[in-house]
Design a protein around this ligand. Structure first.
Ligand code: DMJ
Length: 456
């Protein structure tokens, strides 16, 4: 089914928005997001590996030809360093590792080089935004005290380590190792990492902590950096398990109805709200269970299962059986959005991602059942003639479509669905880690270097 869904999403993108960043499936035209400046083709690059994995060979070939001929980074564009890294660098790296086609390696390294000026700050903590022509960076105007964002500068590690590995140039890995160093030197309030860090002073901004937006994939990348290093990156490992300990103590709570949730922390006060983005953490806890101190393995799996259940409830308690952007545990509600501007669903993957990890790590059939419910809801409410669209209010009787087919729908949501219903020898966890945009990167095995030496 996810293959049919991918075909529908891809064919319509191709028909109405080919070469542009995303598709507007209702108005049947291109959608340009300013996250990518005027770099084009986000959907193509984001979808390459999904096409490959689903064996959509013709489509993969067309996509590759587009990349060869048209993907151009010599543009005067201000881009989001984070978004371009996770979608474009990540997408190109995966396409290279899966297909072995040199063009993807070349483009990934070329783009990586364009991103380097973002690190020209007094601390080496990169800017959020970068003009890739002039090399001038700055931060989001809304960010506390001119800060960079934890989930943005903390979500470069996996891709940059691979860029060094593939280019032979250590500079990429050095840049991200320095971020670690800066973080390790800082005092952390209650062992937690605030979402804001000023790249000039090296001081935290507002003490807001989140495992959802602004924080999320920083934690994910600590764990995955350790896994991707074939469990040699002890520093990443320690930072991850220490962070989870602090998160459990200060952020994880149980509702009176028995649902475990992860709250947000604002200078010591809890906001009892959980974002759809936060739902990825179920899969993360389960993936990290294996490396947890021996008496904690079962506990981390259990935590993953509880978050999966809570997020499933957030879907089940809506009219459309699709989860809202954020749901609350206060004012007499549990796992329900109460504010109008938190009731939308934009084809996000995090809940399905967690089902996929939980399925692979526990084989409890309920995760496939829950995934199936999501497929049915997507088909019923998000599928339109011209592709798939997000929904403005998942509690409503009637769909009000937002008219955007997000590129992560093809790279993540559909890929995780496909993996949820596939055999486990497809991208096994022993050999692959997924970047935060679901792009698989190979684990760099300890003996790889030795093998390569021998081959020579
Ligand atoms: C994706 O770009 C990535 O998963 C990112 O980590 C968070 N936001 C979207 C999907 O919701």
């Amino acid at each position: 089914v996810s293959l049919q869904m991918m075909k529908h999403a891809w064919d319509n993108y191709k028909r109405y928005a080919w070469g542009l960043n995303e598709l507007k499936p209702i108005s049947k035209q291109g959608h340009s997001s300013n996250l990518f400046g005027n770099i084009q083709g986000a959907t193509i690059v984001d979808a390459l590996d999904t096409l490959f994995i689903m064996e959509m060979k013709e489509e993969f070939k067309e996509a590759k030809e587009w990349v060869e001929k048209n993907l151009d980074f010599n543009v005067n564009a201000e881009i989001s360093v984070f978004e371009v890294n996770i979608r474009f660098v990540g997408g190109l790296l995966s396409a290279y590792y899966l297909s072995g086609e040199e063009v993807f390696r070349k483009k990934a390294v070329e783009l990586g080089e364009k991103l380097l000026p973002a690190f020209n700050t007094p601390t080496g903590i990169p800017w959020a935004l970068l003009n890739i022509k002039s090399g001038i960076g700055r931060n989001w105007p809304w960010a506390s005290g001119g800060s960079s964002i934890l989930a943005e500068f903390g979500t470069l590690h996996l891709e940059f380590v691979h860029l060094s590995h593939l280019s032979g140039n250590p500079v990429f890995a050095e840049k991200v190792m320095n971020i670690r160093k800066v973080l390790n030197r800082l005092d952390k309030p209650e062992g937690l990492y605030p979402n804001y860090l000023n790249p000039s002073s090296g001081q935290w901004g507002q003490h807001h902590v989140s495992i959802g937006g602004l924080g999320d994939s920083f934690y994910e990348y600590l764990l995955k950096a350790w896994l991707m290093s074939d469990k040699t990156d002890e520093d990443g490992k320690k930072m991850y398990y220490d962070a989870v300990q602090a998160i459990e103590t200060h952020l994880i709570r149980k509702s009176s109805g028995g649902l475990t949730y992860i709250a947000e922390w604002k200078g010591g006060l809890l906001e009892h709200k959980m974002g759809h983005l936060t739902c990825f953490a179920g899969g993360m806890f389960a993936l990290g269970a294996d490396g947890a101190p021996s008496d904690k393995t079962g506990h981390h799996i259990e935590l993953g299962a509880e978050i999966a259940r809570t997020c499933h409830e957030s879907y089940d308690r809506t009219r459309m059986k699709l989860g809202p952007e954020a749901f609350r545990f206060d004012g007499g509600v549990e796992a329900i959005a109460t504010r109008q501007n938190e009731k939308y669903y934009i084809l996000r993957p995090e809940v399905i991602e967690t089902y996929m990890y939980m399925w692979r790590l526990t084989h409890d059939p309920k995760y496939r059942e829950w995934g199936w419910e999501a497929v049915e809801a997507l088909e019923k409410h998000c599928r339109v003639d011209g592709g798939y669209s997000g929904i403005r209010d998942v509690y409503n009787n009637h769909e009000s479509h937002d008219d955007v087919q997000q590129s992560f729908f093809l790279s993540e949501t559909l890929k995780y669905l496909y993996l949820l219903f596939s055999e486990e020898d497809l991208l096994p966890f022993e050999h692959w880690v997924f970047n935060t945009e679901a792009h698989p990167l190979p684990i760099l095995h300890k003996d790889d270097g030795i093998k390569e030496e021998k081959q020579k």
